[in-house]
Design a protein around this ligand. Structure first.
Ligand code: IPE
Ligand code: IPE
Ligand code: MG
Ligand code: MG
Length: 323
């Protein structure tokens, strides 16, 4: 099942359309290539998981539709902008099953298009009228960028597991938590509920990223839309690899990645296969499920509603997806 066709999206399908309209909104006199880039990224898919979270939370808490849609559009736009720059940084040629901007354009044009998208995201965030959301937006972008540069300089701490969780907070959970927290703020929820919704987003963000990292090892390229094994190829140690390392500290290919930060093609294929057929995958998924359970526990104080059920189903879906 694809996220976009899942029944728990039905409640906000109409609003998701409005989000896409906001993202597509005309770029006026600005260079047409910005519009081309945004259109390509939008039409090539994307799970829209972050705006879905915002819309469901906003609806559940009675937030005004217009500002919730702006927040959801701002979040998706920010996410898309980080992908544009990330693919350039990583030298990735494939995203959402299509050639990346950096595969088609110069680095300069790609950087500028990402910049433009960041500015659009900020503009959309401002249209919520909430200073709190604007500040959280800026903070989150700082967190994401800080995570990217830490990874770029390969600043490995003593504790690989701590490094991993810091990294997935920065790159994924930080934006998920503002997606739900921001919507709760727009719904004028009390402080405790706002914190619960923030924690909900945080926990499913971690689960989502762990599953992403599992899919980088067990997924199929045609479905995931990006090359398999790309984390290890970049010298990135993710949770499945950490679990594998625990039981196979002497694996030569893995030592190669840990010591040199890269590995040749044959070694990569061997290592991916070794991790794939070990219990490291199941152990990682068990951890992801624990985050899903924590997320759902944070919904306990909310009155029963179709939106709350949908959020619960969405949380469960995090560990079942194959795309
Ligand atoms: C990809 O996010 C980048 C990460 C933070 C892992 P998604 O998997 O949500 O990407 P799309 O939007 O569905 O393409
Ligand atoms: C995801 O980073 C992009 C950001 C949120 C900055 P990755 O490089 O780890 O993810 P993929 O594999 O390109 O989607
Ligand atoms: Mg990348
Ligand atoms: Mg990256």
């Amino acid at each position: 099942m694809k996220l976009m066709t899942a029944p728990f999206i039905d409640l906000v399908r109409g609003e998701l359309k409005l989000v896409e309209e906001d993202i597509r909104a005309r770029i006026g006199k600005h260079h047409p290539n910005f519009g081309v880039a945004i259109e390509q990224l939008l039409s090539s898919g994307g799970k829209r998981v972050r705006p879905t979270l915002t819309l469901l939370t906003g609806r559940m808490l009675g937030a005004e539709v217009e500002s919730t849609v702006k927040l959801a559009a701002a979040i998706e736009m920010l996410h898309t902008a980080t992908l544009v720059h990330d693919d350039l940084i990583d030298g990735s040629m494939l995203r959402r099953g299509l050639p990346t901007l950096n595969a088609q354009w110069t680095p300069g044009a790609t950087v500028l298009t990402g910049d433009y998208m960041f500015a659009r995201a900020a503009d959309l965030a401002a249209q919520t009228g909430s200073l709190f959301i604007m500040r959280r937006f800026a903070e989150t972008l700082m967190t994401i960028v800080n995570g990217e540069i830490t990874q770029l300089f390969n600043d490995q701490g003593e504790d690989l597991r701590q490094d991993y969780f810091d990294r997935i907070y920065a790159k994924t959970a930080s934006l998920f938590e503002v997606a739900t927290q921001g919507a709760a703020v727009l719904g004028n929820a009390g402080e405790a509920l706002i914190e619960d919704m923030k924690q909900f987003g945080y926990n499913i963000g971690l689960a989502f990223q762990i599953v992403d990292d599992v899919l980088d090892i067990v997924g199929q390229e045609e479905r995931v839309g990006k090359p398999i094994g790309s984390d290890l190829q970049q010298g990135l140690i993710t949770l499945p690899t950490l679990h594998y390392l625990e039981n196979h500290p002497d694996n030569q290919d893995l030592k190669e990645v840990l010591n040199n930060g890269h590995i040749d093609e044959a070694g990569l294929a061997r290592l991916v296969e070794a991790i794939r057929s070990s219990d490291a995958i199941e152990r990682s998924l068990t951890e992801a499920r624990q985050f899903v359970d924590s997320a759902i526990a944070h919904l306990a104080q909310l009155p029963a509603s179709p939106e709350r059920n949908a959020l619960q189903d969405l949380a469960q879906f995090m560990t079942q997806r194959s795309v």
